[in-house]
Write a new protein. Structure first.
Length: 164
């Protein structure tokens, strides 16, 4: 780990046998750059300027009700498909020194979806679907899924069936 207080930069170098990675936190410009030697790609994300606040909430649970908590550690990062073409905004950053001849991609946080029931009467864009493997932030989602239920025919061999 290297710290450059004059330029407000932290550099982490990680090595695991044949795998190498470099992570640069450029606090002056508000970016974090990550380079994986095996991929020959760089990834960049913006840094948070404010400290997040944790609000305490009180919930009264009904008898038999179970709560599910998704922790911040459950977040993972998804890279954009297309590389950044204009790297001029990184002109005076050490991230550009590391990634100048490599493809550079923005990365965005994604969160694992909790197994929740979708309200099929309500056509909101931000409803979670249990089949999804992860949920992207609002601006990153694909097309809206159909919220219509489909009936199925059952024979006596299929009984009993609990649809809920």
């Amino acid at each position: 780990m290297e710290i450059d207080p004059r330029n407000k930069i932290e550099t982490f170098r990680m090595e695991n046998g044949t795998d190498n990675a470099v992570e640069i936190h450029d606090f002056k410009h508000g970016f974090t750059g990550i380079y994986f030697a095996g991929l020959e790609k760089c990834f960049i994300k913006t840094q948070r300027k404010e400290i997040p606040t944790v609000e305490e909430t009180e919930l009264e649970l009904e008898e038999g009700e179970i709560t599910t908590t998704i922790y911040e550690q459950s977040m993972f990062w998804v890279a954009s498909e297309n590389p950044i073409e204009d790297k001029d905004f990184l002109k005076s950053s050490r991230i550009l020194e590391l990634c100048h001849n490599k493809s550079l991609h923005w990365i965005f946080p994604a969160f694992p979806s909790a197994p929740e029931f979708q309200d099929f009467d309500d056509d909101e864009d931000d409803a979670l679907v249990a089949e999804q493997k992860f949920v992207l932030p609002k601006g990153q989602r694909g097309e809206k899924r159909s919220g219509k239920r489909q009936s199925r025919s059952l024979t006596e061999e299929d009984l009993p069936v609990n649809d809920y």
